[in-house]
Design a protein around this ligand. Structure first.
Ligand SMILES: Nc1ncnc2c1ncn2[C@@H]1O[C@H](COP(=O)(O)OP(=O)(O)O)[C@@H](O)[C@H]1O
Ligand SMILES: [Mg+2]
Length: 328
């Protein structure tokens, strides 16, 4: 099977800032590929390059077998893009928006209309097609964005953080919509900050950080790298965190003093949970909350890079805060 998307040693700088630093990626035709990374990892930059909106400084990029620099026009005719900020018109109804996109892509009036109806039906929006988009819920709006990106029936679809900012219900709606694309032969590249999202939707995942690929594999392979499920404990008293950590023992513990939280590997799930409850009870350490859950992106990161993803996010937020203050 030929790869639908290839990025080979791709570099991109914005002035002094290295956004991509030798990024490698290979996505098989007809698969869903997750690009997982924290804020600032280079996800949007990579998507913009693959979708011909931005030129790389170095490295080779092909989409549907076509070099994105040399054959940008042909690439554009074969792709769909759902960006972080959607381009739908708030005042118009969902159907009108889709029709407008169809006309923009040179479908005739009749074909644009029938395509709009097809897509509304497919994404569960047929009943609300006349309603103005400003009255849509977050999940409905993202499904409409998704429909718009599919107007031309692209071979390759790029979804840049499709569920960021949605509530859990909206997220589930979008997940279902994306899943419904699978099997139609479309190749989907999806960026996300959530391991759970990549896990639910992707056949394979590339974890990126600092503009490079730090790991690649099927969701289960990546989870195995970080030791699978975790038990998550919130203590009532932060001062007993270290003591509790020592009692629980083992490697790969994550202690978070600010949130009074301990994360520990739980490969045997309920057995690990029961063990933790017993150990804490015997030492008279009170837990406010205790649960078994999937590893978070922070833990994947800690395990792959030796430092938490949150550290980086906090640094970025600090920079942004300073900039805002300077502007004020
Ligand atoms: N237009 C720009 N000018 C300068 N720096 C940028 C620009 N766009 C992105 N960056 C920086 O490049 C890095 C990668 O950004 P981006 O691709 O948006 O990451 P992500 O989508 O993973 O959050 C970040 O450090 C970001 O601050
Ligand atoms: Mg982004």
């Amino acid at each position: 099977m030929t790869d639908a998307i290839v990025m080979d040693g791709v570099h991109k700088r914005y002035g002094e800032k290295r956004a991509l630093d030798g990024l490698d990626l290979a996505v098989g035709g007809g698969t869903v590929h997750g690009v997982l990374g924290p804020n600032g990892a280079g996800k949007t930059t990579a998507v913009r390059i693959m979708s011909t909106l931005l030129r790389q400084d170095a490295g080779r990029v092909t989409v549907a077998g076509l070099d994105v620099r040399e054959r940008a026009g042909e690439v554009r005719r074969r792709i769909g893009l759902l960006g972080q900020h959607a381009a739908v018109d708030e005042q118009l109804g969902g159907r009108q928006n889709l029709e407008m996109f169809g006309r923009l892509y040179h479908l005739g009036a009749r074909r644009a209309g029938s395509r709009a109806d097809e897509l509304l039906e497919r994404f569960g929006l047929a009943d609300t097609g006349r309603k103005a988009v400003k009255r849509y819920s977050g999940g409905m709006r993202r499904r409409l964005d998704l429909a718009a990106s599919l107007i031309t029936d692209p071979d390759v679809l790029f979804l840049d953080e499709p569920t960021t900012g949605l509530d859990p219900r909206g997220r589930t709606e979008v997940w279902d919509a994306v899943r419904s694309l699978v099997g139609g032969g479309t190749t989907v590249l999806l960026t996300t900050q959530y391991l759970e999202e990549a896990d639910r939707l992707a056949d394979r995942i590339s974890v990126i950080d600092g503009g490079r690929t730090v790991a690649e594999g099927a969701p289960d392979e990546l989870k195995a790298l970080v030791g699978g499920d975790r038990v998550d404990i919130v203590l009532r008293d932060a001062s007993r965190l270290a003591e509790a950590g020592a009692l629980l023992g083992g490697t790969d513990l994550v202690l978070d003093a600010d949130r009074r939280r301990i994360g520990a590997p739980a490969p045997d799930r309920m057995a690990a949970l029961t063990r933790a409850v017993r150990v804490l009870a015997e030492a008279g350490i009170e837990a406010e909350d205790i649960a078994v859950r999937r590893p978070t992106l922070d833990e994947v990161f800690l395990s792959l890079t030796g430092r938490p993803a949150a550290e980086r996010r906090t640094a970025e937020q600090a920079t942004r805060a300073t900039k805002t203050e300077a502007a004020a």
